[in-house]
Ligand binder design. Structure first.
Ligand code: NAD
Length: 284
């Protein structure tokens, strides 16, 4: 019988721990604050930004939103980032991606001060993560690690296969698993014999972006399956990359979608903002 990994429970656990620390900091007169910039009217981005605001409310952090119109120039956006970088009352800054096409995503990411880069997207912070010399780790991959830790799943020596090589999921996921002494394979769109590789995996992390991509024949009996994907099925319902109904019975542990990795990303964002605040105030 498989065990379901409950991302809502774990994210509440992480956010509650953050709230306790935020309360203690407030007693010392320090109020952690996250600035969120959103450019344009992308409905999905709006939902993500609202969820981040709600998480700030839950954890007791101050949230500041900068909603900028679609026509905002890169220069205007960068000058808002400069202002927030210089503002000592702001500990974390994130710009909701994607930004409109006329703005360079790279320029935006690199303009945010590394110490306030709570998404951990900058080259400096990604480099530190790969060196194992970091406080803040990439939100979605660290969310996966939090899930594994909560359920007592030790990846040391395990054969872990990540499907997807993006900068926000696949690559940093590899870094964090490697740091925990897993044997890591990253598969991607050009990988040959994918199912041959995944069917030997003790742990599969799926981050492809295609519904029902991971099928039962790709999964070993007793494997742990973590589904990062967020897709819509033919009925318009939210689903992951894993054919959950057919895969679950082969697993020791499996994450559902929704309610698996999704809630963890924001929980880690809260944790990172707290860490950034503590670091900026000389507490760690
Ligand atoms: P992406 O499009 O940047 O990357 C997808 C990856 O899948 C690529 O590296 C590609 O090589 C790989 N891929 C595509 N086709 C493949 C194939 N046939 N075989 C093997 N690999 C293949 O996407 P991303 O940003 O990494 O996101 C992946 C999924 O995770 C999406 O569904 C996204 O919505 C979701 N996501 C969820 C969260 C969360 O908070 N839970 C956060 C980020 C992304």
């Amino acid at each position: 019988m498989y065990k379901l990994i409950d991302g809502k429970e774990v994210s509440n656990h992480v956010k509650t721990k953050v709230r306790e620390e935020v309360d203690a900091l407030k007693e010392k007169g320090i109020e952690p604050a996250l600035a969120v910039i959103i450019v344009g009217n992308d409905p999905a981005s709006r939902v993500y930004v609202n969820n981040k605001k709600k998480a700030c409310e839950f954890t007791g952090m101050r949230s500041v939103e900068y909603a900028m119109p679609e026509e905002t120039t890169e220069e205007e956006l960068l000058s808002v980032i400069d202002k927030l970088n210089a503002d000592d009352s702001i500990n974390g800054i994130l710009c909701q991606l994607p930004v409109p096409k006329h703005i360079s995503e790279k320029a935006v990411i690199e303009r945010i001060s590394a110490k306030k880069d709570v998404d951990v997207f900058s080259a400096e912070n990604v480099g530190k993560m790969w060196q194992g010399d970091y406080d803040m780790a990439s939100c979605t991959p660290m969310g996966v690690i939090e899930l594994l830790d909560y359920y007592g799943i030790d990846v040391c020596g395990k054969n872990c296969v990540i499907i997807g090589r993006s900068n926000i999921v696949g690559k940093p996921m590899a870094s964090l698993l490697l740091e925990r002494s897993a044997t890591v394979t990253i598969c991607h769109s050009r990988t040959k014999n994918l199912s041959e590789i995944t069917s030997k995996a003790d742990l599969i992390v799926a981050a492809v972006g295609r519904a029902k991509f991971v099928t039962a024949d790709m999964v070993k009996e007793g494997a742990i399956v973590v589904d990062v994907g967020i897709n819509r099925n033919d009925d318009g319902k939210l689903c992951g990359d894993v054919d959950f109904e057919n895969v679950k019975d082969k697993c020791e542990f499996i994450t559902p979608v929704p309610g698996g990795c999704g809630p963890m990303t924001i929980a880690v964002l809260m944790k990172n903002t707290l860490l950034a605040c503590k670091k900026q105030n000389g507490i760690i």
